[in-house]
Design a protein. Structure first.
Length: 172
């Protein structure tokens, strides 16, 4: 079944979504649409063509001010803060886990980061994996440790040049 990824609306059924992580479920059910209305963040939901109001996954993007520059030669001497996009949340409903929907959502977030970069500039896409076991998922797409020497933080980032390469691959 083809999947559509679009901005969340009132028509989407948020109550039935369950990814197994209560924090992510509650955000979608109670805050995602309100934060979009207030221009705090944008949540994009994945739905199947056949059931366009049933959410099977989502990701949330927001602006991000980078106060500690990433360990990257392009940004070592720039003044603070640097502008980026933050992947604040990414979740897939139990019924669709293990079917590469997370990958589709991540690729959509990367593509949208490139669109932002084309309009206002951004150094890349940042994410804070909820647990260390999720880090390999992001690493396989080229995400790097934002501050490699700080093992207390799990923040990762995908440089905008890599985002553009990925987006160009998607568009082919």
């Amino acid at each position: 079944m083809p999947v559509i990824i679009e901005e969340i609306t009132r028509q989407h059924d948020r109550k039935a979504f369950d990814c197994g992580v209560s924090e992510l479920n509650q955000f979608l059910q109670q805050q995602a649409r309100q934060k979009a209305v207030k221009h705090i963040s944008k949540t994009y939901v994945a739905c199947q063509d056949s059931t366009p109001t049933t959410i099977i996954g989502y990701h949330t993007l927001t602006g991000y001010s980078v106060t500690t520059p990433p360990a990257h030669s392009d940004y070592k001497r720039y003044p603070h803060p640097l502008i980026a996009v933050k992947l604040a949340r990414l979740a897939v409903d139990h019924s669709h886990q293990g079917q590469r929907l997370g990958e589709q959502l991540l690729l959509d977030a990367i593509y949208r980061t490139v669109l932002v970069e084309q309009q206002i500039s951004a150094i890349g896409l940042f994410v804070d994996p909820m647990t260390p076991k999720i880090i390999p998922f992001y690493q396989q797409y080229g995400f790097l440790a934002a501050v490699p020497d700080d093992h207390s933080r799990h923040e990762m980032w995908l440089p905008v040049k890599t985002c553009i390469e990925v987006a160009n691959t998607i568009m082919k």
